[in-house]
Design a protein. Structure first.
Length: 151
């Protein structure tokens, strides 16, 4: 009857001294660096997908406007060659516009995700409890490096 519940990306852990006390005694933490990385990449991918969908609509409108015949040509009628030429023009314009938007969408998604995923809190328990692990990211995003803060 109901969809199965989706597992939580993050779970509660006791708040540490560096956490905002107004947020309560617990904070949400990723289960580990791979969980953080998976959530980051999934979110980034969804933003890219939505950005490219918007770009397709914008490119379609732009290509249609750019390739429409002059208003005075409609007074004399159109021939089949004009329609074929407009179709080719719109295909060229759409292709170049979409290609240009791909890199912009990737950059936009990355810029939107970084503030939302600044650090991961990993469930690492030591004598002092949980602690925060800063995330350092390699340029190729092939893997995320988490390192323990210096004591």
């Amino acid at each position: 009857m109901f969809d199965r519940p989706v597992p939580l990306l993050r779970g509660p852990i006791r708040a540490g001294p560096s956490d905002d006390p107004s947020m309560g005694p617990f904070v949400l933490a990723f289960r580990g660096p791979e969980s953080w990385r998976s959530a980051f990449l999934a979110t980034e991918s969804k933003i890219i997908e939505q950005c490219e969908a918007g770009a397709r609509m914008g490119c379609s409108i732009s290509a249609s406007k750019k390739c429409k015949p002059p208003w005075w040509k409609m007074l004399f009628g159109t021939n089949p060659g004009d329609i074929d030429e407009r179709k080719r023009c719109e295909e060229r314009e759409m292709s170049s516009c979409l290609e240009a938007s791909k890199e912009s969408c990737k950059k936009f998604a990355h810029e939107k995700c970084l503030p939302a995923f600044p650090r991961c809190k990993d469930r690492i328990h030591q004598a002092g409890g949980s602690f925060e692990i800063p995330i350092y990211q390699l340029p190729d995003r092939s893997k995320i490096i988490c390192r323990q803060p210096q004591a």
